[in-house]
Design a binder for this molecule. Structure first.
Ligand SMILES: Cc1ncc(COP(=O)(O)O)c(C=O)c1O
Length: 446
């Protein structure tokens, strides 16, 4: 039993993926090529962790990058893979954090634990800046250390006995957190899907929106708009359909608006722009892409008071409990920075960061469409989603890396429905983006 559970996973150390099985004898000493790498305790591995497929997408890509750099140590690798921001933070934002930090070493300015839900002023500033006229109260805004952490805390809140739906393709954290909490069931290799997860195909045939007439009822519906990776921002009409669908089915939408600042048309920036959404939706969002806070770490979640469980109990009370127990409040330094971002001057500075990345997106879009490729996204989101009909996405990823030294993301990492696509990020430096466009033109024009 011991043996079979161990042999079912891939063991990795120092970014080197070892063969399927590492030596496990009765003493249970793990070895690779004779080198002792660890000692087995009597603690069984969490069965849900065993169900996770491969590594998390981005560490997997990093492994490929390291391998490539070993092969081409002098290559000028351009990373347009993971959607990490690259532009420096505006001085007015960093100054407010510096001032706060200086205060920490004074008797007057020192602050310890703050409210678990976030500083009052920041909760109010978020409600005013992003939900003005949408009826969101600051008491419904919970400040956090980022949207990804909130997604997992929401899964913890909901527990293992629920069924979820996700867009296919979608940001991998929804599925992985669902597997970890124990909702997902078995992975079916042939389908490339977990048995208990409803995959809602969102491709160009249906304007990147699920066909709700064939979508089964689930308890939770994870929905990201603008979507990572396709870059599609759901229209008002689409989101009305989604809210009505959730209401009919008694489901809860977990709406991820991490990229809402990138919307350039009149697509809704929040699910709460849709009438009735307060009764069926939670929204997670982030300063990461809006303000370049990927490293600073700051996000928020909105849980409306009207959202109730089947027994009538308000979800917001339980979420508050989760934040108090499993989190202890966001860093007060990050919160000082967040507050500065939401001042009128800060907001203008954030907009120019967003504009900068969207100009990168236009550069990539122009280059790729000029080659006759079918390209989506890049208009309401900092991602360009490129179709390579008949190809496998990891093959396209590998060929682009080998021939141009550019890191992209294979579509299949976002779901089985994205096998023929790759995602290119517009978060790179401007000169790298221009250089990457030229290299891609050169490769794909041949
Ligand atoms: C759709 C989506 N949601 C959430 C996140 C994570 O955001 P945060 O940095 O706030 O954890 C990302 C990060 O790339 C994302 O693409």
């Amino acid at each position: 039993m011991y043996k079979s559970s161990i042999s079912s996973f891939m063991f990795s150390t120092d970014h080197v993926l070892l063969p399927r099985m590492v030596v496990a004898r009765l003493s249970c000493t793990l070895k690779n090529q004779g080198k002792r790498i660890g000692h087995c305790t009597k603690v069984p591995r969490n069965v849900n962790m065993e169900k996770l497929q491969h590594g998390y997408l981005f560490p997997e890509i990093e492994r490929h990058e390291l391998k490539h750099l070993k092969k081409y140590p002098h290559a000028n690798v351009i990373d347009l893979g993971i959607g990490d921001t690259t532009q420096p933070l505006p001085t007015m934002v960093t100054s407010s954090m510096v001032d706060f930090v200086r205060g920490l070493s004074t008797a007057k300015g020192y602050k310890g634990y703050g409210p678990e839900q976030g500083e009052k002023a920041l909760r109010k500033a978020i409600a005013d800046a992003f939900y003005r006229d949408l009826g969101i109260k600051s008491s419904e805004v919970f400040v956090s250390d980022g949207a990804q952490c909130d997604i997992t805390r929401l899964q913890l809140l909901m527990g293992p006995n629920l069924k979820i739906a996700v867009q296919d393709p979608s940001f991998p954290a929804y599925i992985d957190s669902s597997v970890i909490i124990g909702q997902a069931g078995k992975f079916v290799d042939k389908a490339g899907k977990y048995k208990n997860i409803e995959y809602m195909t969102c491709g160009p045939q249906t304007d990147f929106f699920p066909d709700l007439s064939t979508t089964s009822r689930t308890d939770l519906i994870f929905f990201c708009s603008p979507n990572n990776p396709t870059g599609h921002a759901a229209t008002r009409k689409q989101l009305k359909q989604l809210v009505n669908f959730a209401k009919r089915n008694g489901s809860i939408i977990i709406f991820d608006s991490a990229y809402s600042a990138y919307i350039t048309d009149d697509s809704p920036r929040s699910i709460f722009e849709i009438p009735g959404a307060r009764e069926v939706a939670i929204e997670v969002s982030s300063f990461s892409k809006f303000a370049g806070f990927t490293g600073v770490r700051l996000g928020w979640t909105v849980v409306p008071e009207e959202l109730l469980y089947s027994n009538g109990f308000p979800v917001v009370h339980d979420f508050n409990r989760i934040m108090c127990t499993c989190f202890n409040g966001a860093s007060n330094i990050a919160q000082a920075g967040g507050l500065a971002c939401l001042s009128p001057e800060g907001f203008r500075a954030m907009q120019s960061l967003v504009d900068h990345y969207m100009e990168n997106a236009s550069i990539l879009l122009d280059a790729l469409t000029s080659l006759g490729l079918t390209v989506y996204g890049g208009k309401n989101a900092p991602y360009v989603w490129v179709h390579f009909p008949g190809s496998k996405s990891w093959d396209v990823f590998a060929e682009i890396l080998e021939k141009t030294h550019i890191i992209t993301v294979p579509g299949s990492g976002f779901g089985p429905g994205a096998e023929e696509y790759i995602r290119i990020s517009a978060f790179g430096q401007r000169d790298s983006t221009i250089e990457a466009s030229q290299r891609l033109k050169h490769l794909l024009y041949q």
